[in-house]
Design a protein around this ligand. Structure first.
Ligand SMILES: *Cc1c(COP(=O)(O)O)cnc(C)c1O
Length: 373
C-alpha cells in the first residue's frame, strides 16, 4: 500500500493489479484473469462474456446468496432456479438434467425453456459455503446441452475438487475479495477465463469499452468495474497466505465436527469424497426435536452474545425475483429451516470454539427431554 502511495499508482491499473491477475492465471491454470471491483461485477462480466443478453435464461441454484441471480438480471436475463441436493447442499445435478431434458427443447434458437419460452444460455453453479459442487456432473450435463458454465467461486477460494482448485472447472470462474470472504482486498473480485481472448474482452468491457483511447471512441456500452491498485496490493498479500487462511478455517470446522459427533439431532456440514472445502463458514443442520428447532437455538446463542446465522431465503421465494409463496417440496426450504452458520473466523480461540460448541450441545441434549407441546 505504501508502494502505491509513494508511486502515485493508487487507482485502477498498476503493478499490483497485474500481479494479482498473474497470480490467478497461474493458480487456476487459466487462459487469463481480470481483476474487477467486486464478485458481483465478476459475475455480471462473465455472463456478458458467455453471450447472455436480454430475454435469455440462466440456471442458478435456489440456495445461495442473492448476488448471482441479481447479476443475471443486470444482463437483462432471467434466472431459473434449481433445487439443492440434500447431502452437501449444492446445486442438484440430477434436477439440472431433469430441467434440461424434460422442460427444455433444442430448437433453432438454442435450448428453449418450454414453460417460459426463453432461451437458456448458461448454468451458474455456486460453491455454497465454500464446498465445491459436483462440477464434473454439472459441466457434463450443461455441455451436452450446449450451455456455458460459469462457476461462482466467490465463497470457495482455496477449495479443491478432485485435487484441482475449485473455480475454473467450467468455462468461466468468479472470485470475490469482499471483507467477509476467505481472502479480502477490502473489496474486489476476479473474472477467470479459459481462453486469453475472453480475458481481453473482459478487460475491455470492465474499462468502459474504450476502442480508441486517444479520441474516446466506444463501440459498446461498457462498465467501470476495474479494481484499484491499492485494493490489489491488499488482495495479493492475502492470497499469498491462502493456504494458511484455509488451514485456519478447516481447523475451526474440525473442532466443531468433533464436538458434535455424538450430539443428537445436530449434524456438522459433511464434506463430499471429491471435495476439500475451504470451510468458509462452519454450518450445522439442526433437526427439529420437540419444541427446539434451529431458530430457538439461534435465540439461545444470541442470549449468550454468540452470533449465528441461518442460510439465505431460497431464491425461488425471493420477492426480488418474483418468488412464489406456494408449498412445493423443495430440499432448499428444509435446509433453510434447519441450517445455521456458526462463528467461523480463523481468529477464534480454542476457548471461543469450545464455548460455542458447549452451548449448542447443551441445547441439543436439553431439548431431547422436552416434550412437544
Ligand atoms: C459474496 C458473494 C458474491 C458477491 O461478491 P461481492 O464481492 O460481495 O460482490 C456472489 N456470489 C456469492 C454466492 C457470494 O457469497
Amino acid at each position: 500500500m505504501t508502494d502505491c502511495i509513494t508511486t502515485g499508482w493508487v487507482s485502477s491499473g498498476g503493478a499490483f493489479v497485474t500481479r494479482l491477475e498473474e497470480w490467478a492465471t497461474e493458480y487456476f491454470g487459466a487462459g487469463g484473469a481480470v481483476a474487477v471491483s467486486s464478485g458481483t461485477a465478476a459475475l455480471h462480466t462473465a455472463l456478458l462474456l458467455a453471450g447472455v443478453g436480454h430475454g435469455d435464461e440462466v440456471v442458478v441454484p435456489t440456495l445461495t446468496f442473492i448476488a448471482p441471480a441479481n447479476a443475471v438480471r443486470y444482463a437483462g436475463a432471467s434466472p431459473v432456479f434449481i433445487d439443492a441436493e440434500p447431502e452437501y447442499w449444492q446445486l442438484h445435478p440430477a434436477r439440472l438434467e431433469e430441467f434440461l431434458v424434460k422442460r427444455c427443447r433444442r430448437e433453432r434458437a438454442g435450448v428453449v425453456d418450454l414453460e417460459t419460452g426463453r432461451v437458456v444460455k448458461a448454468v451458474l453453479p455456486v460453491n455454497v459455503l465454500g464446498h465445491p459442487c459436483d462440477m464434473d456432473s454439472i459441466v457434463a450435463v450443461a455441455h451436452a446441452a450446449g450451455l456455458v458454465v460459469i462457476e461462482d467461486a466467490t465463497e470457495s477460494l482455496g477449495s479443491r475438487y478432485k485435487g484441482r482448485p475449485a473455480g475454473l472447472l467450467g468455462d468461466y470462474g468468479c472470485v470475490s475479495f469482499n471483507g467477509n470472504k476467505i481472502a479480502t482486498a477490502g473489496g474486489g473480485g476476479l473474472v477467470v477465463t479459459r481462453d486469453s481472448q475472453a480475458a481481453e474482452r473482459a478487460r475491455y468491457l470492465t474499462t468502459q469499452a474504450k476502442d480508441d483511447p486517444l479520441e474516446y471512441v466506444h463501440r459498446e456500452v461498457g462498465f467501470n468495474y476495474r479494481l484499484t491498485n491499492v485494493q490489489a496490493a491488499i488482495g495479493l498479500a492475502q492470497v499469498e497466505r491462502l493456504d494458511e487462511l484455509v488451514a485456519g478455517r478447516r481447523w475451526v470446522a474440525e473442532q466443531y465436527r468433533e464436538a458434535f459427533a455424538d450430539v443428537p439431532g445436530v449434524e456438522f456440514m459433511p464434506e463430499a469424497p471429491w471435495a476439500r472445502s475451504n470451510r468458509w463458514l462452519s454450518a450445522i443442520r439442526v433437526r427439529p426435536v420437540g419444541g427446539g428447532d434451529s431458530r430457538s437455538l439461534l435465540r439461545v446463542l444470541a442470549e449468550h452474545r454468540v452470533e449465528a446465522r441461518p442460510l439465505w431465503q431460497p431464491l425461488h421465494r425471493s420477492p426480488a425475483h418474483g418468488g412464489t409463496t406456494d408449498g412445493g417440496d423443495w430440499i432448499a426450504d428444509r435446509l433453510n429451516r434447519e441450517v445455521l452458520c456458526l462463528p467461523s473466523s480463523p481468529s477464534l480461540t480454542d476457548e471461543d470454539i469450545g464455548r460455542v460448541a458447549g452451548l449448542v450441545s447443551a441445547f441439543a441434549r436439553e431439548r431431547g427431554r422436552i416434550r412437544p407441546t
